[in-house]
Every structure is written in structure tokens, then in C-alpha cells.
Design a protein around this ligand. Structure first.
Ligand SMILES: *Cc1c(COP(=O)(O)O)cnc(C)c1O
Length: 422
């Protein structure tokens, strides 16, 4: 592959084009492995950023795409509809909490967050309460890279403080302190409560990642905290937006992380694993109350409509991915990954360079005391046949659910060897 051309002309995520770090040329991917051009196979501990639940080159997903391709890859969604969209939305309505009945299909996670925010703003505008246009988000949160989404990411430790002057100023509560499995005391939610009590007349919605804060810190927090946020939203007339783009489809041990708390948001965003890691697709679901509120307002319609909305190929493969997930023993697989990681990563707890080791569902996190040298750690892991992408102090893994005990062992052993030596 012409890596010089790549270096000189192609942006990668969060990359520089002046002396960029090496990127590894990938030839193909199969099962849980990514194969480099030189033939080396790497166990993908990232599931290509939370998405490849079933691993790669999955026959069921390939044939769903092939069959759909023979009929049509795409048609516009304005004034037209098709079976792949109807089938997918029927499934999404069936498997998400019951009050979520209305589905908006979007192109990527960030866009679905934009859509969710717009839904919340348009809902209050339609009620004659346009002053309710701010959001309350959590510190350590991450909701995407587009402007509306950026404005809800952690304003200090997030990746977007350069744009602070151009972003809508929202309200931020401290990151939840009680951990997953712990109770939530009054003082744990006091600041968030105070912000809501003071500002509910300006607030359209609370937006948060339920249970697992992903890219903004890989933190697992108390289900009771989430329940109390839901109660506060109800008490003070705020919508609750749950961003399950990372957690959706079983990653945290429940099909959707909201289920840990037994709550239902007013708006839910999905992405990443929606198509099993094959194509870009996302969705924002909302309740009848939100949809009716929007459509009875001045505009009479929801003001959004992407060119590639409801792409049939993506919908067809998303449907196949959901079927494959639900017809397989995903809960046992995720539970087995969780218990393996608990045991296998535990020795790192005694390492002086390690601040914390934690796992939930099929997510394992090693938080170091200092930011790691990403290239150095990545190279050492590659030598051990493993692909991870550390971020700051966080070295984490969320492997495909189908990973074998042996491959999982190779993955966690590599983490323990490499991180234990730092
Ligand atoms: C990845 C992610 C997004 C953004 O999705 P993209 O597809 O990268 O635009 C938004 N919210 C959460 C919680 C995410 O993990």
C-alpha cells in the first residue's frame, strides 16, 4: 500500500498531517482478527470502536447486504419507503423500552445526537416554551464531534475546548461519583439537582450516556443515579436524552444500559453497533409524547432529513445484525467476557503505574496514573497479536462478543504483560 500517499494526503481521526504517527495497512478482517498487509493477524480488542459485535466477514451480514444490493443500494427516503427500513424500525421499536415508538434514521452517531437535540428543542418550541432551549450534560461525557454534539461534551477535559467560543453554552453537572453497583446518596446528586431547580425554565433536556461514560473517561456509574436523574426530569419538566451509541446492543450486559436502572428516556440515540460494524447508520427514537408535541407545533413537521436517510443497505444489514445478536447467546457471552476480564486484569491492580482496573459487561478498562505513550504501547501489543488504541491514561478493550476463551486470554495476557511493565 502507498503509505506515503496516506501520510501526505489523508486525514485520520484526530490526526496531524505534519509528521503523522504510523498507521498500519489492513488487508482484510475475519472473525475477531484484523489482518495487516504483511500477514500478521491482530485480535481486535476495540471491535472497531464498539461496533463489530459479531467480528468480521460474518456470512449472515454479508448475505443480507448482497441480497439487498441486488434490489437497490439506495433510494431517497422523502416520499418513498422500503422493506429494509420498515423491518429495522419494527425491530428497534420492539427491543427498546416500550414507550419509544417513533424512529428517526440518521447517518452517524453524531448526527443522531444532533437530531435528538433538535427534537428536544422543537418539542418545547411547539409547546410555546421556546425559552427551554439549553441542555444539561455531565462532565466526562462524550456525545460526538459535530457542533451541537460538541457543545454537550465535557467542556474542559473533552476534545473540543478549542471551539468553546463558537459552541452553545450549556449547563454541566459533575460526573457521577457513585460507581456501578453502589447506591446514590442525596449529596451525590445535589449539584445536578441544584442546576435543574435553578434553571429548569431554560432547560430543554438532560443528555447523558447511561451507566457507561465512554470516550470521555470510560467510567461506570450507579444505576440509582440514573433513576434519580429520570425522577428529577419528570419533576421539573425536562426531557431525558439517553445516548446509547456506545452502550446499545448488549455491551454493558443489558441490551440497553438504561435497563440497568429500569428507566426509559424520552429520546434514545443508537449508532456504532447498530449495523454490527459494517456500515454507518444511527437512529434517534422518541416517545409518542415527544413526536406528537413536535408535530402539533408551528412547523407541523420535524425539521430534519438527510440525503442518505434510511439507506436500504445499512438498514438491511442492521436488521440482520440484530437477528444474529438476539438469536445467539449474547448474554452468556458478555457475562463470560466480564468475568474473564475481572480475573485476568486483576493483577494490574498491584502495579504502581496503574490507578484503577474495572470491567462491566464486555468492557475492560485499565486506567494508568500517567498518560501512556500510545505508539509504544500499541507496538508492544501488536507484537503480541493484539489491536488496542489507548487514549490518554486509558487502555481499554471491548472485544467482539464472539471472541473465544483462548483469544480473550491472549488479549488480556498482552494487556497485563505490556501495562505491567510500564
Ligand atoms: C461514538 C459516540 C458518538 C458519536 O458517534 P459517531 O458515529 O462517531 O459520530 C456519540 N455518542 C457516544 C456515546 C459515542 O460513543
Amino acid at each position: 500500500m502507498d503509505l506515503d500517499f496516506d501520510r501526505n494526503h489523508i486525514w485520520h481521526p484526530y490526526s496531524s498531517l505534519i509528521d503523522p504517527p504510523p498507521v498500519y495497512p489492513v488487508e482484510r478482517a475475519e472473525g475477531v482478527r484484523i489482518y495487516l498487509e504483511d500477514g500478521r493477524g491482530l485480535i481486535d480488542g476495540m471491535s472497531s470502536w464498539w461496533s463489530a459485535l459479531h467480528g468480521y466477514n460474518v456470512p449472515e451480514l454479508n448475505s443480507a447486504m448482497q441480497a439487498q444490493m441486488e434490489k437497490m443500494s439506495h433510494v431517497m427516503f422523502g416520499g418513498l419507503t422500503h422493506e429494509p427500513a420498515i423491518e429495522l424500525c419494527r425491530k428497534l421499536v420492539a427491543i427498546t423500552p416500550a414507550p419509544l415508538q417513533r424512529v428517526f434514521l440518521a447517518d452517524s452517531g453524531s448526527v443522531s445526537v444532533e437530531v435528538a437535540i433538535k427534537m428536544a428543542l422543537q418539542y418545547w418550541q411547539s409547546q410555546g416554551r421556546g425559552e427551554k432551549c439549553k441542555l444539561l450534560a455531565l462532565r466526562n461525557g462524550y456525545h460526538g464531534d459535530t457542533f451541537g454534539a460538541m457543545a454537550t461534551c465535557d467542556p474542559v477535559t473533552g476534545m473540543h475546548h478549542l471551539f468553546a467560543g463558537q459552541l452553545t453554552q450549556h449547563f454541566f453537572a459533575p460526573a457521577p461519583q457513585p460507581k456501578f453497583g453502589e447506591a446514590c446518596a442525596d449529596e451525590d446528586i445535589a449539584e445536578l439537582r441544584q442546576l435543574i431547580e435553578q434553571h429548569h425554565n431554560e432547560l430543554a433536556a438532560v443528555i447523558q450516556e447511561p451507566i457507561v461514560q465512554g470516550a470521555g473517561g470510560m467510567r461506570f456509574y450507579s444505576a440509582e443515579y440514573l433513576r434519580r436523574v429520570r425522577e428529577l426530569c419528570d419533576e421539573h419538566e425536562l426531557l431525558l436524552i439517553a445516548d446509547e451509541i456506545a452502550t446499545g446492543f448488549g455491551r454493558s450486559g443489558e441490551l440497553f444500559a438504561c435497563e440497568h436502572a429500569g428507566i426509559c428516556p424520552d429520546i434514545l440515540t443508537l449508532g456504532k453497533a447498530l449495523t454490527g460494524g459494517t456500515m454507518t447508520l444511527a437512529a434517534a427514537l422518541c416517545t409518542d409524547k415527544v413526536a406528537d408535541g413536535i408535530c402539533r407545533g408551528e412547523a407541523g413537521v420535524f425539521m430534519h432529513g438527510p440525503t442518505f436517510m434510511g439507506n436500504p443497505l445499512a438498514c438491511a444489514v442492521a436488521s440482520a445484525s440484530i437477528d444474529l445478536l438476539l438469536h445467539g447467546p449474547w448474554q452468556q457471552r458478555v457475562a463470560a467476557i466480564e468475568s474473564h476480564m475481572r480475573q485476568a486484569l486483576a493483577p494490574l491492580q498491584d502495579s504502581a503505574a496503574v490507578a484503577d482496573v474495572r470491567s462491566l459487561g464486555a468492557i475492560g478498562v485499565v486506567e494508568m496514573r500517567e498518560p501512556v505513550n500510545m505508539m509504544q504501547v500499541q507496538e508492544a501489543l501488536i507484537e503480541r497479536g493484539v489491536w488496542l488504541r489507548p487514549f490518554g491514561k486509558l487502555v481499554y478493550t471491548m472485544p467482539p462478543y464472539v471472541i473465544s476463551e483462548q483469544d480473550l486470554g491472549q488479549l488480556t495476557t498482552a494487556m497485563v504483560d505490556v501495562l505491567g511493565a510500564l
